[in-house]
Design a protein around this ligand. Structure first.
Ligand SMILES: [Zn+2]
Length: 292
């Protein structure tokens, strides 16, 4: 009798463990996917679509494997604000009515036409993480305590990053910088940097030729040392941005490389920290060399 009971009990335990399938999440961009994995731990299975920091993410095209993953997902997460509008078609094609869709841009106060690179504003990530934690807790209330504990650890990482941004801001606020594409601009604003060349950046982002005026102003800013650093988007380069990089190098303006998509060996926090460190050391060198 006892033996039968035990066999039954183990059978039941085995059965329920096998039943507990992770929540399937598909994220259009790997930084949203990695944070979902951090928040969901063993209870989520995450697939990220854009994960190659060598490719221009503005020129993405889908494949059948991605379409299949979206069709099977419990949560689909994408940036919005026109950055990844191909997701709209993919979700529509997947035709699943029960799907939870999170458009991160819609959680912020940004609207279409705003700079879509909102993940370079850490506050966006906090808003997103809070929202996702609430969603996971609702769908899988058994593990609510776990999700809240993960969110606490996320907040600790966030506070550390914000403290670093504050420190750098006191050092560098008001310093003029320039960039080939607006990928880093939200972070530059958080640091109080004065971003130049914004018309030029918009053309590069949209894949159009910058105007003669915008191009000349950009070149002059570099040649005449009106900026302390050139922030270069490694992922969105073309002959025009390449030329600007060469002009900067010739004028001895430091070039700081930034990527749009998180390098696969990093997480959001190490990625942001590394970008900030590279920028801070370039600015420090440049500003101290001005004193002599
Ligand atoms: Zn971009």
């Amino acid at each position: 009798m006892l033996k039968q009971f035990l066999v039954g009990l183990f059978g039941w335990l085995f059965f329920s463990a096998a039943q507990a399938e992770p929540i399937r999440i598909v994220a259009a961009e790997n930084f949203y996917g990695q944070i979902a994995a951090q928040l969901g731990g063993p209870y989520v299975a995450v697939t990220s679509i854009l994960q190659n920091p060598q490719q221009d993410p503005h020129l993405f095209s889908s494949n059948p494997e991605i379409a299949k993953a979206i069709a099977k997902a419990d949560f689909v997460i994408y940036n919005g604000l026109g950055y990844d509008s191909w997701m709209v078609n993919l979700i529509e094609a997947a035709n699943s009515k029960t799907k939870h869709i999170i458009i991160v841009g819609d959680l912020t106060d940004k609207t279409l036409g705003a700079n879509p690179h909102i993940w370079y504003d850490p506050h966006t990530m906090l808003v997103y993480a809070n929202y996702l934690t609430a969603q996971l807790s609702q769908l899988d209330s058994v593990h609510q305590a776990f999700y809240h504990q993960q969110m606490e650890s996320f907040k600790a990482d966030y506070e550390k990053l914000m403290a670093k941004i504050q420190t750098l801001k006191t050092q560098f606020h008001g310093v003029p910088v320039i960039a080939t594409e607006p990928v880093f601009n939200e972070m530059a604003a958080a640091l109080g940097l004065m971003m130049q060349g914004q018309n030029f950046q918009l053309s590069i982002m949209n894949g159009t030729e910058p105007s003669a005026n915008a191009t000349k102003a950009f070149e002059d800013a570099l040649r005449n040392h009106q900026v302390k650093v050139l922030i270069y988007n490694n992922q969105v380069s073309n002959p025009v941005t390449d030329r600007m990089r060469k002009i900067a190098e010739k004028a001895h303006i430091p070039v700081v490389g930034i990527s749009e998509i998180q390098p696969p060996e990093q997480n959001y926090w190490t990625w942001m920290n590394q970008s900030l460190d590279a920028l801070a050391s370039a600015l420090t060198r440049e500003i101290s060399s001005d004193l002599f």
